[in-house]
Design a protein around this ligand. Sequence first.
Ligand SMILES: *Cc1c(COP(=O)(O)O)cnc(C)c1O
Length: 329
Amino acid sequence: MNKIRNKVKLLNRVSSLEFLPNLSKKVGSRIYVKRDDEGGRGGGGNKLRKYERIIADAIDKKADTLIIAGHYQSNAARELIGASCQLGLKAVVVCKPMIPEQNSIFNQNGNALLMKLMNATLVSIGQEDEFQIEMEKVAAKIRQEGGKPYIIPFGGSNLLGALGYFDCANEIIQQFKNIENKAPNYIITPVGSGGTMAGLVAGSAIASSETKLLGFSVLHKDYTINAKVEALANEVINAVDPNTNIKPNFQIDTSFVGDAYGIPTKKGIHAIKILAQLEGLFLCPVYTSKAMSGLLNYIANNKIKREESIVFIHTGGMPLVHAYYNQYN
Ligand SMILES: *Cc1c(COP(=O)(O)O)cnc(C)c1O
C-alpha cells in the first residue's frame, strides 16, 4: 500500500476544468476540457501524473538514473527529462526514429529542441533494435560505472502510473459536481499506451460514476488495446480496493488513428484549426487532435447526444504543434 501512497510532487496545483463555450455552441453538446496540458516542469503533460509514483518508486529503490524508451518527438521522454532536472536525477532516453520525418527539421524542433535545452542524454538505436534489450544494455553500463538505473515502463503505463489517472478521475468528478451538480455524461481521452484511460476507467468505476469512458486510440489500430486497458484498470481497482468486485466499463474506438501513430489525419488537422480558432486552445497532430476529431464525429453522427456533457482530457503535447509546423495547410 505504501507504494500506492508514495509520490514525488511534480504537479503543484489541481489542473483546471474549463468550459468551451464557443465549441459547445457550435456543436450543441456541453464540452469541458481538463487542462492536464498545463503545470509541472519540462513543459507539462499527462505523463507527469504517472511519474509522480513511478519516480517515487525509483527513489525508494535508490536509483539515480532513469531510463526511458522514446523518439525525438516523445512527450513521455521530454516530460521525464523535465522531472529529472527538477529532482536532480540523471536520465537517459533510448531513442529511435518512430515517426517518419515530417519536414527537414523534424528531429531538431518541438520535443527534440526542448530535450536539447534541458541537456538530455539521448542514446540512438537502430530501427530494428528492441527497446527493452537496448535499455537493459544502457542499465548494465550504468551499473558498471557504479550508478543505479531504473527503467521506466512503456508510456509510464503500469499500476503506479495509472494510479495518477485514478486520482484524476476523482478530481474531475468533484470539479464537475461543483459546476453542474452531477456527473458528466462522458470522459474522453486519447489512448496511446493506455495508462491514462485505465486509470480514469478505474477511478470512475470505484466512484460508481455513471459517466461513460470513451477513448480514441492514436497508436493501436486493433482491439489488443482494449485487453490491455481492461487488465490495467482491473489491477488499479484491485490495488485500491482488494475486496471489490467492481468491473471496468469503457469503450475504445480505434478508427481515428489514420495511417499510423504520428502521421496526422485530415480530420485531426481540421480539429486543430477549429479549437484554435473558436477557443484559442491548441491540440497536437499526434494525440489530442485525433481524439477531438473522434469526439466531433460522434456528436455529428448523434452517437453522443446534443444535450450531453463531455469532459475532454487535454493530455498535452504543445511542442508537437511546432514540430509539425508544415502540416496545417
Ligand atoms: C502519452 C500521451 C498520450 C497517451 O497516453 P497513454 O496513457 O499512453 O495512453 C496522450 N496524449 C499525449 C499528449 C501524450 O503525450
